[in-house]
Design a protein around this ligand. Structure first.
Ligand code: SAM
Length: 342
């Protein structure tokens, strides 16, 4: 029997509504969230003590992160030493070769230094963005699709990992964000990217099964980055989550149709909502039958994907997906799923 995980979201909403209890209401009111969101965090994390840790972590600012750009500066030390002279201090991220957490801020904002303008580094709000390009395992021989690319944090990272070789087709539909993508590609000295401003759902019709690897860093509600934008505590309704899910299913389907058999597809969001994460992948697994989930190969401990949500069982292979949480990893809430096309 074919299951529609999109249709099951109706049942999820009923069960969430029934599960809103006095503890959920009290925490929602104390931290300024909608009740239904907090009831979901209990279901995801499995204990009120963890929910409190998550809500506390969302109150704390994220540590800024830089990735030194070896396409512009061969020696990472040179960039770091120049920034240290401005008063900055850093701690190395163990699982990414070129990236550092900013531990002390210097005299000039990181988005305005000479080194930034020279393309010496990419500046992130948090470290989770580094995970998806690494998980795609890009090689200089790959032809990569980045189907939601702007402003280019992950495209420029992929280009660095590929040593400016191979080809990346970077797609984004937004005119304004596309401008930022172009300017970041130029600033960072990226030479292996073709940038297209179109709706990436059109990509399979244009290219067919063409790409050896595809990244979909999907548009989402941002339920993992509440530290950056606290308005997200109250602005996402359950209908918004369902709308985001449906768009993500279409975008992920297009990314898979654009990838050659044997190729890898990475799906990521900056959201901890299973409605946008596991339910999206589950719907696509059910509909397409030509992809399987594989474990991300990154040197970082990820929490497993959700395989049961409000009594609804999801495909067991979703436990191979990876999640990060601010209270456990010290950065954004993030979701990643690596799919292999078979
Ligand atoms: N990967 C980017 C980075 O690392 O800098 C961030 C991508 S952001 C999470 C999602 C992007 O998807 C937005 O820039 C948005 O404009 C784009 N987008 C939304 N719908 C799209 C569509 N149908 N086709 C192409 N891009 C789309």
């Amino acid at each position: 029997m074919v299951v529609s995980y999109t249709a099951l979201l109706g049942d999820v909403w009923r069960k969430i509504s029934e599960s809103i209890n006095p503890t959920a209401r009290e925490l929602a009111s104390r931290y300024g969230y909608l009740d239904y969101a907090v009831a979901r965090y209990y279901e995801i994390l499995g204990g009120w003590e963890y929910v409190k840790e998550l809500l506390e972590a969302f109150e704390k600012p994220l540590s800024r992160t830089i990735r030194v750009n070896t396409l512009r500066f061969r020696d990472s030390r040179e960039v770091l030493e120049r920034l240290e002279k401005l008063g900055y201090e850093f701690s190395k991220i163990s699982w990414e070769s070129f990236s550092y957490i900013v531990t002390k801020t210097g005299r000039i904002p990181l988005g305005a230094t000479h080194e930034f303008l020279l393309g010496g580094y990419y500046l992130y709000r948090g470290a989770a963005s580094l995970i998806s390009p690494l998980a795609l395992l890009p090689k200089p021989s790959d032809v990569v699709l980045d189907s939601a690319a702007a402003p280019g944090g992950k495209t420029t990272h992929l280009a660095q990992l590929m040593g400016n070789r191979g080809v990346i087709v970077a797609v984004d539909v937004s005119r304004e964000r596309f401008r930022a993508l172009r300017s970041n590609l130029e600033r960072m000295g990226v030479e292996n990217v073709v940038a297209l401003r179109i709706d990436s759902r059109k990509i399979p019709g244009i290219f067919g099964e063409h790409f050896t690897k595809s990244l979909l860093d999907a548009p989402c509600t941002g339920e993992g980055i509440i530290q950056i934008d606290p308005t997200r505590k109250t602005k996402t309704s359950f209908e918004d989550l369902v709308r985001a899910h449906k768009r993500q299913v279409e975008l992920l389907t297009a990314a898979i149709h654009s990838t050659v058999p044997g190729g890898l597809i990475v799906y990521s969001t900056c959201s901890i909502a299973p409605e946008e994460d596991e339910f999206t992948v589950a719907e696509v697994l059910e509909k397409l039958n030509n992809v399987r989930v594989v474990k991300p190969s990154v040197g970082l401990d990820l929490e497993p994907g959700v395989t049961e949500y409000f009594g609804i069982e999801l495909p067991a292979q979703l436990k191979l997906c990876g999640r990060t949480y601010p209270h456990r990893h010290g950065f954004e809430g993030f979701f990643i799923c690596v799919l292999e096309k078979v």
